[in-house]
Ligand binder design. Structure first.
Ligand SMILES: Nc1nc2c(ncn2[C@@H]2O[C@H](COP(=O)(O)OP(=O)(O)OP(=O)(O)O)[C@@H](O)[C@H]2O)c(=O)[nH]1
Ligand SMILES: [Mg+2]
Length: 225
């Protein structure tokens, strides 16, 4: 096979999403693959599958088989079958739910034990979901940072609801696992245009003086639609 054949050949990746019930695994897969979000909670029984395609820098095609594992799988006897052979494992917790954070170690140990005999170990990525609910945060930043450092995990703070950082989290992880460098322009391209919700105020307010412009630290674009 020539080099050009190799480049055009499709790479396949198995991505497994695990974490406590309700942490938002299905919502993340659904946001990334379909650009959709639902407020309804339908617990995943067993595992669900999402199929997606992406193109990396240099035109490399990647087929993603996403295994969305129900949070109850930790107490069942199927987890090893779901996780084994993974190229990427997203370990998800909900920043507003302390238990989902405190159980991460159990999930991480289970994933490491299951994949211990794999020739090529999966990339394990920590994902803090529901960052749109930062005001309800239950997991202190210092505890979160300690866990990241102690376990040497890449970390992404995301929101399946707004889409913030979701494409970037997937695209960056996929690129890194495949040894492809994502350019800065490509990273910025992964940031979605987020819809701002309009909240009706009780009474009209007097116009306030225009505030001085501030420098935004995030590169997300916000549009009111
Ligand atoms: N505000 C907010 N709610 C979210 C977010 N992600 C998920 N949710 C909500 O959290 C609930 C649980 O989401 P799921 O995606 O079903 O959670 P899960 O991890 O798949 O749960 P199991 O399948 O039981 O393991 C749903 O009501 C979602 O709408 C988010 O980023 N922000
Ligand atoms: Mg689910």
């Amino acid at each position: 096979m020539s080099d050009s054949d190799n480049e055009s050949a499709e790479t396949q990746l198995k991505i497994v999403i695990v974490g406590e019930p309700g942490s938002g695994k299905t919502s993340l897969a659904s946001r990334y693959c379909h650009g959709e979000f639902s407020r309804q909670y339908y617990p995943t029984a067993g595992v669900d599958f999402f199929l997606n395609r992406t193109v990396l820098s240099g035109g490399r095609n990647v087929t993603l088989q996403i295994w969305d594992v129900g949070g109850q799988a930790l107490v069942g006897n199927m987890l090893d079958k779901y996780v084994f052979g993974a190229n990427i494992v997203f370990l998800v917790y909900d920043v507003t739910n302390l238990i989902s954070f405190e159980n991460l170690e159990t999930w991480l140990n289970a994933v490491r034990a299951i994949t211990a005999s794999q020739h090529k170990k999966p990339g394990i990525i920590l994902v803090g979901n529901k960052c749109d609910l930062e005001h309800q945060r239950a997991v202190r930043h210092d505890r979160q940072n300690k866990f990241i450092q102690e376990n040497g995990l890449p970390f992404h703070l995301v929101s399946a609801r707004t889409g913030e950082n979701v494409p970037l989290c997937f695209q960056k992880t996929i690129s890194e696992v495949l040894g492809v460098r994502l350019t800065r322009a490509e990273q910025e391209q992964q940031q979605p245009v987020m819809k701002a919700e309009i909240v009706a105020s009780a009474a009209p307010e007097a116009p306030s003086p225009r505030p001085a412009p501030t420098v935004q630290s995030r590169s997300s674009v916000c549009s009111i639609q």
